[in-house]
Design a protein around this ligand. Structure first.
Ligand SMILES: Nc1ncnc2c1ncn2[C@@H]1O[C@H](COP(=O)(O)OP(=O)(O)O)[C@@H](O)[C@H]1O
Ligand SMILES: [Mg+2]
Length: 243
């Protein structure tokens, strides 16, 4: 049975005013539900640009471009609609964690739920489950500066998952972590997304991710070169591989 893509990019180009180079040149791309899609490519090749277009943080150059997510062309949404769309569909994980320093760990994780209007008691229940899941159930009252980099990124993963988005975008999520911590964070992120059939799109320099991906794309001079990986190993095999 033919699967329907959850994300569809058509004729997406991006040029920045400064520099004037086409970072992305009429890109077409389909991403399928539950896929783990990895973007490799030199620094400056356009990985973050592509992720920012998918999240609606950035806009394509021209009007013909389409970015269809879950049947909505997000290029037609205004800023408010985009914010609401993102809060419903997308969770984002950044290289530098981007936790809010004046909020506790729990408040950081429950923020997306509170923004969506959930009552505190209900949001904290979900927050606690997620913090337990990332191994930080006993750190909910701490502020982010009391946590190591790896711990902060685990909180950021919990935050990205809190509102149960179907799509997770991760921009070099292990780029600021040492090798061991990277492994832990990566394993956790894969477990939490694979378990629930989420679509994960990750930009990374970490070559260890490649064998775990369903497809890998390299961005070169504005164009995507997509390669399909061998059929996805069973989840248990993946985690054995990673140990
Ligand atoms: N806001 C911006 N203004 C001007 N140029 C930008 C902006 N964001 C990115 N660029 C340029 O676009 C290119 C791609 O950047 P980026 O997508 O961040 O690459 P990557 O994430 O692969 O390192 C780079 O040449 C970068 O300098
Ligand atoms: Mg980048």
């Amino acid at each position: 049975m033919e699967q329907v893509p959850i994300i569809k990019l058509r004729q997406v180009s991006k040029t920045y005013d400064i520099g004037g180079r086409k970072v992305l040149d009429r890109v077409d791309l389909d991403i399928y539900p539950g896929e783990f899609f990895v973007m490799l490519g030199k620094s400056g090749s356009g990985k973050s640009t592509l992720l920012n277009l998918i999240s609606g943080i950035d806009q394509p150059d021209d009007d013909q471009a389409q970015i269809i997510i879950d049947e909505t062309d997000i290029t037609t949404l205004n800023d408010t609609q985009l914010t609401l769309f993102r809060r419903d569909h997308i969770g984002i994980i950044f290289q530098f964690f981007n936790l809010i320093p004046t909020l506790t760990v729990m408040e950081n994780v429950t923020l997306p739920l509170e923004l969506n209007g959930m009552k505190r008691k209900a949001s904290e229940k979900i927050g606690q489950q997620l913090l337990d899941r990332v191994g930080l159930g006993n750190r909910s009252k701490d502020f982010p500066d009391k946590l190591s980099g790896g711990e902060q990124q685990r909180v950021a993963i919990a935050r990205a998952l809190a509102h149960s988005p179907k799509i997770i975008l991760a921009d070099e999520p292990t780029g600021n972590l040492d090798e061991d911590t990277s492994q832990t964070v990566l394993t956790l992120l894969l477990e939490l997304t694979r378990d629930s059939g989420k679509t994960l799109i990750m930009a990374t320099h970490n070559p260890e991710v490649v064998p775990l991906a369903d497809r890998v794309c390299r961005i070169h001079e504005g164009h995507l070169q997509v390669t399909r990986q061998s059929p996805v190993a069973k989840i248990s095999e993946i985690f054995t591989l990673m140990k």
